[in-house]
Design a protein around this ligand. Structure first.
Ligand code: PAF
Length: 284
């Protein structure tokens, strides 16, 4: 049976007991409204740990004032049963007051420069500060040996990896594969905001990412293929924030240089903002 814990003292007592027993602890932080993508992270953590904690906390500091914090879907009962079925031992449900004891305005802020500044960071200033600020707290609360993050939030994963390396956080970061619907749309809690015609359009994002990969492999210069991808997004009905080809550290790669690449898209469909990415290798 999964145990739901809402107070830090109780969480610490459970974790301390596990540590005394020599058990390895895995952690999956979430904002709830869980889907198969989240559950695959719980299963991944389970493969690397004896016990798994998952947190559900809709973190106010990572939403911008005009974003969907208040309407972010909250589905506690379904989340609890889904986590239990996926093999999670403890659901950590902190209150905002416990997460930010001095209040959000006075919260110590964690800023990871560089990788936080581009793409999502440029479109959503302060977003990654909010993510790093809450993830640092969650890491300190749970003190896991491993923590799993999804590759769908590619830049978030890169930011967390840099945070952990820079602050010498003794936690191994695991990366879970993107889980997609049958038509290719990456699973996301925000997909449910899509109106029926938008939902029918949304899988075009993956097709455009695949076209970016094909163009890169055919030697099309980066700036040209990014412009073409944005045009394709507009033609399909999206308002693109970016379509970008980057190296794994999110730097702009030189044209003609072989190596690993990631194509990333952020685009709005109606009121819903979707992100997705595709990793691939560019051979000589
Ligand atoms: O990816 C998410 O759901 C959130 O950004 C995270 C990592 C749980 C922090 O609030």
């Amino acid at each position: 049976m999964i145990e739901t814990i809402t107070h830090l003292d109780a969480l610490r007592a459970t974790i301390a007991g596990w540590k005394r027993a020599g058990l390895r602890i895995g952690f999956v932080p979430t904002m709830g409204n869980l889907h198969a993508g989240h559950y695959s992270l719980v299963k991944l953590a389970r493969e690397h740990a004896d016990r798994v904690v998952s947190s559900v906390f809709v973190n106010p500091t990572q939403f911008r004032p005009n974003e969907d914090f208040t309407r972010y879907p909250r589905t506690p009962d379904a989340d609890t049963s889904g986590l239990e079925a996926a093999g999670c031992d403890v659901l950590w449900l902190p209150e905002v007051e416990a997460m930010y004891p001095f209040g959000v305005a006075l919260a110590a802020n964690i800023h990871v420069p560089g990788v936080s500044a581009v793409l999502e960071g440029a479109c959503r200033p302060g977003h990654f500060d909010g993510v790093c600020t809450v993830v640092t707290r969650l890491f300190n609360q749970v003190q896991p040996d491993v923590a799993a993050f999804g590759r769908k939030d590619y830049q978030q994963l890169a930011v967390i990896r840099q945070l952990v390396a820079d602050l010498h956080v003794p936690i191994e970061i695991l990366a879970g594969a993107i889980v997609r619907e049958n038509d290719g749309l990456a699973m996301s809690s925000r997909n449910q905001y899509l109106l029926p015609d938008e939902r029918a359009t949304a899988p075009a994002i993956l097709r455009i990412l695949q076209a970016m990969r094909a163009s890169a492999q055919a030697g099309v210069p980066r700036m040209q293929l990014e412009t073409e991808a944005e045009a394709a997004l507009r033609a399909a009905g999206f308002a693109p924030d970016y379509a970008a080809l980057r190296d794994p550290d999110l730097h702009e790669p030189d044209d003609g240089q072989p190596g690993p690449r990631v194509a990333l898209i952020a685009a709005r469909l109606g009121k819903t903002r979707l992100i997705d990415n595709l990793e691939f290798d560019l051979d000589t």
